[in-house]
Design a protein around this ligand. Structure first.
Ligand code: ADP
Length: 450
């Protein structure tokens, strides 16, 4: 087992990794930009190294600075968290070249899954059901139009290198194709340096269901059920739950096995998430994330496992601590993402926290790096906390969420907390009757957010 690991991230996820490491008796090194000198992850880690100026590109994304920090502190392995360098195959290669361990999958797995066309092709070959669409990339507008006619509108044009909801455009009809095709290409080029796009049938009322998988890198893999992350704004998740209210035990077992078998066949290492759209009882693969997800705590809650601990174990060469038979679901869990954003337009709202009080009590987990007097810097993501609740069943989890939201105090900046208070008044949310478009419609109707 490692004696010391470095965490190449910030905020709540850096703290999350510190906590797991500390329980395992592993020392931690935090890295930080000059804007984060007073950040909680720096205070909580055993050691810290300043790696650059505020901009992410010059600090949390600076590969030489992070490798140097490992060398200076003697850290043996790097946990990347999510975002930043977590899905950067080039970084993993550099880490390995320096005889350090990347706590995550291999560079090759990241490369395969990071290109959505290759990912889809790989999954199809592994027997995973995919959204009907083009066979690989679509090079010209003429080809895109022909495919639109063949498949039938609406269709979605996606940048193969896309992520975070960017590089995707819907064409409702032939008339919209030119603009959608050119915009998706341009977004792919400007955001990800790759203008290759492909086309999929646009599903109109699906849920977003994702399967948590975990592999030991030696051909053994398990699944930890699904998360329903259908409540999204601009293709970004805001409310996630497990198990999915619409998924039966039989469906879970079947799609879970398909996913576990697929990643076992490619000797996948560590945590991964296979994302699907789910409509009329069918699952359609959209992409795989080769890292820990923001919403991993809902899975941890219902299975009673520590996924970060497991990632560290497997990266160090140990066996997984569970097998498929050990993994049984206990109750229901919901997470809401608390962002420093001002409604109704979700404008980022950095600033000083004058008062912070985290909710507590049975079945409540608050993952956050906030503290009284902390100043949220304007340079990074607006996620400031995740409130996760666990109950014996969905109604109990909902009641607990309502109660915990009422206890939470975040003064000094605007947050998305009022959104969740409002959503918990909605019959559709209370009954789990929603799909990936539900929240967009609700926001348009109730907040005029479009
Ligand atoms: P990203 O990598 O940017 O997160 P994904 O491929 O995971 O992109 O898709 C993100 C979201 O976009 C999905 O959760 C869903 O809401 C929507 N989406 C993606 N593909 C389709 C599709 N074929 N039909 C309908 N919605 C889609």
């Amino acid at each position: 087992m490692f004696e010391k690991i470095l965490i190449a991230n910030r905020g709540e996820i850096a703290l999350r990794v510190v906590r797991a490491a500390r329980e395992m008796g592993i020392a931690t090194v935090a890295v930080h930009s000059t804007a984060d000198s007073d950040a909680m992850h720096v205070r909580m880690a055993d050691e810290s190294v300043c790696i650059g100026p505020p901009s992410g590109a010059q600090s949390y994304l600076s590969v030489p600075a992070i490798i140097a920090a490992c060398e200076v502190t003697g850290a043996e392995a790097i946990h990347p968290g999510y975002g930043f360098l977590s899905e950067n195959a080039g970084f993993v290669q550099v880490v390995e070249d320096h005889d350090l361990t990347f706590i995550g999958p291999t560079a090759e797995h990241i490369r395969i899954m990071g290109d959505k066309i290759t990912a889809k092709d790989t999954m199809k070959k592994l027997g995973v059901p995919c959204v009907p669409g083009s066979d690989g990339g679509v090079a010209t507008l003429e080809e895109a139009k022909r495919l639109g006619e063949d498949m039938g509108y609406p269709v979605i044009i996606k940048a193969t290198a896309g992520g975070g909801g960017r590089g995707m455009k819907v064409a409702q009809n032939a008339g919209e194709m030119e603009k959608a095709f050119l915009t998706a290409r341009a977004e792919g080029k400007s955001n990800f340096g790759n203008d290759e796009v492909y086309i999929e049938k646009y599903l109109t009322t699906p849920r977003h269901i994702e399967i948590q998988v975990f592999g030991d890198g030696k051909g053994r893999a398990v699944h930890l059920g699904e998360r329903d992350c259908s409540l999204q704004r601009r293709h970004q998740k805001v409310f996630e739950e497990a198990p999915g209210p619409a998924i039966s035990a039989e469906e879970r077992a079947a799609i879970g096995k398909t996913c576990a078998d697929a990643v076992a066949r490619i000797n996948y290492t560590g945590a991964g998430t296979i994302e699907f759209l789910y409509e009329n009882g069918e699952f359609y693969f959209i992409e795989m994330n080769t890292r820990l997800q923001v919403e991993h705590p809902v899975t941890e809650a219902i299975f009673g496992v520590d996924l970060v601990r497991e990632q560290i174990r497997v990266a160090s060469g140990m066996e997984m601590s569970f097998q498929q038979e050990d993994l049984t679901i206990n109750g229901h869990s919901i997470e809401v993402r608390i962002n420093a954003e001002k409604l109704p337009n979700f404008a980022p709202c950095p600033g000083r926290i004058t008062q912070y009080h985290a909710p507590g009590g049975l079945g409540v987990r608050m993952d956050s790096a906030l503290y009284d007097g902390y100043s949220i810097p304007p340079y990074y993501d607006s996620l400031i906390g995740k409130l996760i609740v666990h109950g014996r069943d969905r109604p109990e989890a909902l009641a607990r969420l309502n109660r915990a939201l009422g206890e939470l105090i975040v003064d000094g900046v605007d947050t998305t907390v009022p959104l969740f208070h409002a959503l918990l008044q909605e019959e559709d949310v209370l009954t789990g009757n929603y799909n990936i478009h539900w929240l967009e419609h609700w926001l348009e109707t109730n907040l005029g957010d479009g």
